[in-house]
Design a protein around this ligand. Structure first.
Ligand code: IMP
Ligand code: MG
Length: 350
């Protein structure tokens, strides 16, 4: 069988600066892939870009489940640093709760320029057109970004309880990269929730593609080695806006694709994998690698598989179909919820 992508595709897996972003509408399983890379690549730090606590990343490692809205998903590597870039909105209550729950305060640096989500932002995000029409997560991110742009917002440097975590994140990030150490840049949401590239107004409050995520943490475009776009093996969406091929609730349940939102508890809408969206996400993010998660949900016989060769013929056909359509190698494949339920093919493409 022809090998796709063509042999000219090369990836870097060691000592790299990896940017990980979502390729559909969020909830692609970025948290699982980021936690895998943080452990496997022994990263110096995971730095969080993206919007803010509207994100919900789930990480399952050594029998423990982590639900993260503010902390980077790389936290399971206890030797790595955790950072939050200045582009990110911080809700101090949510962040402090996670810091205390997981005991990672000594490893955390929050940039003092992060904007603050206040109670009034949460209140206005939970009513009117944001709730009724857009169907936001109600976490205050849109109104807080709005205040930030109007130059009436608050910065985290003015929040007393945060003082011990503050540090110059762009400087620290660039020092790590310039020293040749591995770094993970963690995005949130998904390409088609981007304020610029999604179906406005059914979008989040800023761009969330790879270049924006780098900008959030103060990393210029020449310093990135790999851009990994994460797709789930099917598509889900919460809130308003179009979803091509949307299944009925019954069909979603019959296929075992029913999911409930980490942050909102809302039931997710579902549709089959969308090759057109995947191609466009690859273009918008200049993806050099693709990760496909939850392959075991679509192909149950693949649950827990760790080697590509051991996947079923149907599953391999699905993966190579994605490579043919996009021209980008599928290097990381999720076959279960646990961090190491992952097929890592990066060396094959080195
Ligand atoms: P906001 O980001 O809370 O303003 O919500 C805008 C749109 O993005 C709504 O459709 C939300 O459901 C969606 N959204 C925001 N964050 C996430 C996420 O982390 N996963 C999935 N959907 C999200
Ligand atoms: Mg999520």
């Amino acid at each position: 069988m022809d090998k796709y992508p063509p042999s000219g595709c090369r990836v870097t897996s060691k000592m790299a600066v990896n940017v990980v972003v979502g390729g559909f509408f969020g909830d692609e399983g970025k948290g699982k892939i980021i936690s895998y890379l943080a452990l496997k690549d022994e990263v110096a730090a995971t730095v969080r870009g993206g919007v803010g606590p509207n994100a919900g990343h789930t990480v399952i490692y050594e029998g423990k489940s982590y639900k993260l809205r503010m902390l980077p998903s790389g936290l399971v590597n206890e030797y790595s640093r955790l950072m939050i870039g200045p582009g990110v909105l911080v809700n101090p209550t949510v962040l402090l709760d996670e810091v205390n729950r997981y005991g990672v305060g000594s490893r955390l640096t929050v940039d003092p320029r992060c904007a603050v989500i206040e109670q009034k932002h949460v209140a206005s995000d939970s009513q009117g057109h944001l709730k009724e029409k857009v169907g936001t997560t109600g976490t205050g991110t849109g109104p807080a970004n709005s205040d930030r742009v109007l130059r009436v917002g608050r910065q985290i440097k003015d929040v007393e309880e945060m003082s011990k975590f503050l540090g110059d994140v762009p400087f620290e990030v660039n020092q790590i990269v310039d020293a040749g150490q591995p770094l993970l840049v963690e995005g949130t949401q998904g390409t088609f929730l981007s304020l610029y590239f999604g179906g406005y107004p059914y979008v989040t409050s800023k761009d969330v593609c790879a270049s924006a995520t780098c900008s959030d943490v103060g990393l210029g475009p020449r310093k990135v080695d790999e851009v990994i776009v994460v797709f789930k093996a099917y598509v889900t969406r919460v809130g308003g806006g179009p979803l091509k091929g949307e299944l009925s609730e019954e069909e979603t349940a019959r296929r075992g694709w029913r999911e409930v939102g980490t942050v909102t508890g809302r039931s997710r809408r579902a549709a089959p994998f969308d090759f057109d969206l995947a191609k466009r996400a690859v273009m918008l993010n200049s993806a050099s690698q693709i990760s496909v998660t939850k392959l075991d949900v679509v192909f149950p016989e693949c649950a827990g598989v760790k080697q590509y060769e051991d996947l079923s013929g149907e599953a391999k056909k699905f993966i190579s179909g994605i490579e043919k359509e996009t021209g980008v190698p599928v290097t990381l494949i999720g076959t279960g919820a646990e961090v190491f339920d992952t097929i890592d093919r990066r060396e094959e493409f080195e």
